[in-house]
Write a protein that binds this ligand. Structure first.
Ligand code: CP
Length: 310
């Protein structure tokens, strides 16, 4: 696919499904331009952003912070633990307040899937919403940074074989990625515990045993075991070592990967669980690059949102 040079404008960023192929490729292109030093020319003197994180985060929260600061956007700090959320303020009322204060864009991570529906339906809330992760639903900015990283490596998606491995049912990253990778022409495969695999994923790819997949794919996308979303039964099903041996990218499996194939992980990584410690920063790993690309693709997202509002 050829990347068009047209500037992208978005009202909100809620899920990858709502993006056209052209918007996806435009955001990747713009992320790469920002990485190479491109500057944003804002249409107003001052923009305000706030990052409302109701679930823990290091990468998404801090890379939106960095992206906002690189673009010259004023960041209104918010800490749910020291806000009126502690007095019973709802998400709706927090966002309504930020909008009333003049915030242009709210980046939100929340445990409820599709938490954003009531916000975008509101006639009073005026700020744009960027989904920084909704429960086990979607993680669109992570998907875009993953796509940017794959595109940087291979220059295309068509025909690439991508394995998504691990705790798929609980992973918003997996949901966003399987949808977009399939749409962009990649061949998607799945592996991991069958209890964390849902037959509905078959529309995007096929489940194969990990030892069969490891030597045939271009991208090994390993997923974090999401303890915080598990029932007690799911937690008791595996030891760390047992999971690593059965479903992890061990050193032995890593040695069977194709020449030129890469390892990805949205992070944080449970080292020696999903992925052998030595592979995290190894030569085939693009995990550090994914984190760096997160800043630039988020700059592209913010630019597209704010350009649309000016
Ligand atoms: N990949 C990701 O979403 O990481 P954080 O939870 O640290 O934001």
């Amino acid at each position: 696919m050829i990347i068009q040079s047209e500037r992208i404008s978005l009202k909100h960023l809620l899920s990858v499904e709502a993006l056209s192929d052209q918007e996806v490729m435009g955001l990747i292109r713009r992320g790469r331009e920002f990485k190479q030093g491109a500057k944003w020319t804002p249409e107003k003197d001052q923009y305000f952003a706030t990052n409302l994180f109701f679930e823990n985060s290091t990468r998404t929260h801090k890379s939106f912070d960095v992206a906002e600061k690189k673009l010259g956007i004023e960041v209104i700090e918010f800490d749910a633990g020291h806000s009126s959320v502690q007095k019973g303020e709802t998400l709706y009322d927090t966002v309504l307040t930020m909008s009333a204060l003049g915030v242009d864009v709210a980046v939100i991570r929340h445990g409820d899937e599709a938490y954003y529906d009531e916000l975008i339906e509101s006639k009073t809330i005026q700020c744009a919403i960027v989904n920084g992760g909704d429960g086990s639903g979607q993680h669109p900015s992570q998907c875009l940074l993953d796509l940017m990283t794959i595109y940087e490596e291979f220059g295309h998606f068509e025909g690439l074989k991508v394995a998504i491995v691990g705790d798929i049912t609980h992973s918003r990253v997996a949901k966003s990625n399987m949808q977009m990778l399939k749409r962009l022409g990649a061949e998607v495969y799945f592996s991991g515990p069958e209890s964390w695999y849902d037959p509905s994923f078959e529309v995007y790819g096929h489940y194969l045993p990990l030892d069969e997949l490891v030597s045939m794919v271009d991208v090994m996308m390993m997923l974090r075991v999401q303890h915080e979303r598990h029932t007690d039964d799911e937690e008791q099903g595996f030891t760390k070592e047992g999971y690593h041996q059965q479903y992890g990218l061990t050193l032995e499996r890593g040695s069977k990967m194709k020449r030129g194939a890469i390892i990805m992980h949205p992070a944080p990584v449970n080292r020696d669980v999903e992925l052998a410690d030595a592979l995290v920063e190894g030569i085939q790993s693009r995990i550090v690059q994914q984190m760096t690309n997160g800043v630039y693709v988020r700059m592209a997202i913010l630019e597209a949102i704010l350009t649309g509002r000016a």
